[in-house]
Design a protein around this ligand. Structure first.
Ligand code: SAM
Length: 333
């Protein structure tokens, strides 16, 4: 049996019908026609793509030519004004996965495999050398690693509440970041909702990559009973997201900026949370990120009709990135 056919058969069986039915109802109402195109990609894992983010701290001589030989090209146009010179990420339209590198103590990895759209929140944050940066919900650490490909913060706080995932985060950082840069990083296991009180007005930049209903992985829940429970508890996520976001705003210094992102299409976890924050914090000012969207429109499909400070990446065949939703603001005094 051809490999792709075998993979297709195996993966198709794993779709969790109760989740698909729930999404079908909700997202048809929220996204209209766009949902059926997104559904086709999300339910076809053999079409999924992976991008390869190179680790500037562990350059590998033959890697870029090997990627080019396999049809990979730079995922982001080099001319984009917010793209740091050292930042290298490759993607290709064809599905399939570049081999992952195993964790080997004492040895840095050369690249990180990820959904290319998950880099957009990091790029929108525009971290500069020397800044104080907080990654409020950081495990497994993909965006923390990406931040460090863009700049060298003066202080970088990576937080993860869950014990197990926090260890995973530590391992990711050890695998990608060498001395002395690693000494700029503090990993904590705090409830992100408390950081605003603990470190008020401290950070130049805060990333809130919030816990959310992860549309891609929920569709493949192995345990339907657990999936039903998760769907029932979905409403509680909006409350957690709002509290995390409020804490993040409190942790920002006046003039600092913040990006909120999720990997769900759910309005309750996106624009509803944002609208609640905007109505409860008068000193939060939206940042226009439409220029970034125009700059990367070759690689990503965005939902049209969004405001200038919000982006929603819709997965499409051949550009199967997302779903990722992001917002950007700065905090005025
Ligand atoms: N930013 C990560 C990356 O790019 O690799 C992914 C983050 S994931 C979407 C959200 C994370 O938030 C999960 O690891 C989850 O355990 C964590 N989390 C959940 N509740 C939290 C809380 N109250 N405070 C901090 N982190 C929390």
């Amino acid at each position: 049996v051809p490999l792709e056919k075998a993979a297709k058969g195996k993966l198709q069986k794993q779709i969790c019908q109760v989740v698909l039915d729930h999404f079908e109802k909700q997202y048809t109402a929220e996204l209209g026609d766009a949902w059926s195109r997104v559904r086709d990609v999300l339910t076809s894992p053999w079409c999924w793509q992976h991008a390869v983010l190179l680790n500037r701290f562990s350059p590998s001589p033959g890697l870029e030519s090997s990627l080019a030989g396999q049809g990979y090209h730079p995922a982001f146009p080099a001319a984009l004004p917010y793209l740091p010179a050292a930042f290298r990420c490759y993607s290709r339209a064809a599905p399939g996965r570049f081999p992952a590198q195993k964790h080997q103590p004492g040895r840095l990895k050369e690249y990180y495999l990820l959904n290319a759209a998950s880099l957009l929140p990091v790029l929108a944050l525009e971290v500069k050398d020397g800044e104080r940066v907080l990654d409020l919900c950081a495990a497994p650490g993909g965006k923390s690693v990406a931040v460090l490909q863009c700049a060298c913060p003066g202080y970088f706080h990576c937080n993860e509440y869950d014990d197990l995932r926090s260890r995973w985060l530590e391992q990711t950082i050890e695998s990608f970041i060498p001395d002395p840069v690693i000494n700029l990083i503090t990993v904590s296991k705090l409830d992100g909702r408390q950081i605003g009180d603990l470190q008020p007005e401290f950070y130049d930049k805060v990333l809130v990559d919030a816990p959310c209903s992860n549309d891609r992985s929920w569709l493949f829940s192995a345990d339907p009973q657990r999936a039903v429970l998760r769907l029932m508890q979905r409403k509680e996520l909006s409350c957690l997201q709002f509290q995390l976001l409020r804490s993040a705003v409190e942790a920002l210094r006046p003039g600092g900026s913040l990006v909120y992102s999720t990997c769900t299409l759910s309005r309750a976890e996106n624009s509803d949370v944002i609208n609640l924050i905007l109505s409860s914090c008068s000193n939060v000012v939206p940042v226009d990120i439409s220029g970034m969207a125009r700059g990367v429109s070759q690689e990503f499909t965005f939902l049209s009709g969004m405001q200038q400070h919000e982006l929603l990446v819709l997965p499409e065949k051949g550009r199967a990135w997302g779903p990722i939703v992001l917002w950007s603001w700065f905090f005025s005094s």
